[in-house]
Design a protein around this ligand. Structure first.
Ligand SMILES: CC(C)(COP(=O)(O)OP(=O)(O)OC[C@H]1O[C@@H](n2cnc3c(N)ncnc32)[C@H](O)[C@@H]1OP(=O)(O)O)[C@@H](O)C(=O)NCCC(=O)NCCS
Length: 200
């Protein structure tokens, strides 16, 4: 099964907005209503305004199989929560403040990330690990052209999701917690790119 990644902005140049919106509405994610609402109701405006750029993953049948949205933010990381190895790697990408024992760094934010659970597309979805590789492939190109080296994301306290991000393949580490305005708590996780990784 081959997948291709299409930047939503490129699709919007080729097709009219209503058709693109209809296509995005084929996405369904019962496990995470926020992601489904985002792709259907926010992704077009957010991409056009460059708040975050959505990348669609299409399968062989040109169905919407998955998507991820990327942007950048600064992160503020307490060093006491980090292993020595992670701390050293992160220091290469940020500024260490000795008085607070914290590192501030610019990072790529994986703001949205999910597979399409719509019945018609479910057989032709990438695995979560393959989807993460696709998101990394886009970020590695940004890194190659612009610099940077840290990706991060926020995740509710859902053990299976946390296991997924922290598995050997995806290699994210928890570095903090954030409480949203609605009171929901999110774990913050980061992945530091290997210096020897090159863009194709
Ligand atoms: C996260 C994701 C890409 C992982 O894909 P995957 O590695 O191929 O694994 P699966 O889809 O089989 O999910 C693995 C397990 O995690 C569970 N899981 C996945 N997303 C979950 C969520 N948002 N909340 C709770 N459990 C979730 C699945 O139910 C499954 O449980 P099971 O092993 O008991 O069947 C995919 O599950 C997904 O798109 N989830 C919904 C969107 C989402 O939550 N994105 C992350 C936002 S932080």
């Amino acid at each position: 099964m081959a997948f291709r990644i299409v930047n939503l902005l490129d699709l919007l140049q080729k097709a009219n907005s209503n058709d693109v919106h209809d296509f995005l509405c084929t996405f369904s994610c019962p496990l995470n209503a926020e992601i489904e609402d985002f792709i259907k109701n926010k992704s077009i405006d957010f991409s056009r305004q460059k708040i975050s750029i959505t990348h669609l993953v299409l399968n062989d049948q040109e169905e919407l199989a998955a998507f991820f949205s990327l942007t950048q933010r600064s992160i503020d990381v307490g060093c006491d929560k980090l292993s020595m190895t992670v701390r050293k790697k992160l220091m290469r990408h940020g500024i260490y403040h000795e008085d607070t024992n914290r590192i501030q760094a610019c990072a790529y934010l994986i703001a949205q990330f999910g597979k399409n659970f719509n019945a018609t597309a479910q057989g032709e979805c990438p695995t979560g690990d393959a989807l993460m590789e696709m998101a990394f492939s886009v970020l590695i190109k940004v890194q190659h052209n612009v610099g940077g080296g840290v990706a991060f994301l926020e995740c509710e306290n859902r053990p299976k999701l946390l296991d997924f991000y922290r598995n050997e393949h995806n290699n994210f580490h928890i570095f903090g917690e954030r409480e949203a305005d609605n009171g929901l708590k999110y774990h913050q996780l980061m992945h530091i790119f290997n210096e020897k990784t090159f863009a194709n």
